[in-house]
Ligand binder design. Sequence first.
Ligand SMILES: Nc1nc2c(c(=O)[nH]1)N[C@H]1C(S)=C(S)[C@@H](COP(=O)(O)O)O[C@H]1N2
Ligand SMILES: [Mo]
Length: 309
Amino acid sequence: MAHRWKNDLTRNDVTPKAAFMNRRQLMASALGLGAGAAGMATLGSIGATPVMAQDALVPNTLEEITSYNNFYEFGTAKDDPVRHAQALEIDPWSITVEGMVDNPGTYSLAEIMDGLTTEERIYRFRCVEAWSMVVPWNGVELADILNKVGVQAGAKYVGFQTAIQPGNMPGVQRGVMPFPYVEGLRLDEAMHPLTMMATGIYDEPIAKQNGAPIRLVVPWKYGFKSIKSIVRIKLTDEQPASSWNAINPGEYGFYSNVNPTVDHPRWSQATERKIGGGLFAARQDTLMFNGYEAEVADLYADQDLAVDY
Ligand SMILES: Nc1nc2c(c(=O)[nH]1)N[C@H]1C(S)=C(S)[C@@H](COP(=O)(O)O)O[C@H]1N2
Ligand SMILES: [Mo]
């Protein structure tokens, strides 16, 4: 089955070299210069960083994806997760499924994944802090897991909770924010075919700093919705708590759909910095619903996205 939200290009089609050339040419054309002058033009543009259109969906390197992270259980610095998350114990792992489901219970990860086949999805990933990556996830649709446990009529939301292992988590020990980290989705968002539970990146088991052994990925929402290292899933008829929304509701909404026209109170969301740009690190335009507008806009047809941010 062809998924139209999956990029036609695979990693084999888009080499880093091609991506580099593409950026270089885009930069040159954005500045009205020939490609040969792009390097100099970029050096000369410091202080007035150009903004460019997004190029093809070129995945970041595994090194980039696994070394620049947000995982506050392990600290608030971007390199805390890669340095500290190796202490996370992920075997055995179980997930408790509860609330308005036909088959509540505590399942091993193998039981949760039994009968499901993982696939690769190359998705844009946009943090509310205005940086972004492109990640080749491996995983399954959340809907497949929810259908296995049987969602009861009347359920309207899905809540998620991250593991707490205080002895292994310096950020939990220091209390950098309230834990456990929790998140939630409306049921139609949770059942949407774009929404996945990822267990891998680049065909490797997902790194601990990225949320091993299983984490949520909701590509049209700001990254904090994509909760890591999940141990509890609850189907409810009331909106579940969202950690950042609870900490600062004026700055972080429950929906948190990527939206270049609705700024964060303290910074613009119109553009973003793609991690790994190096010397050619122009900002790029942020796309409505992070580029998935055709797939998800219908979910919010009746809502004012400036109110329901
Ligand atoms: N449990 C937990 N999940 C989390 C976070 C966190 O601090 N704790 N950070 C969120 C934020 S703000 C972002 S941007 C993404 C980062 O995912 P990545 O490190 O895999 O890029 O994870 C999200 N999920
Ligand atoms: Mo984020």
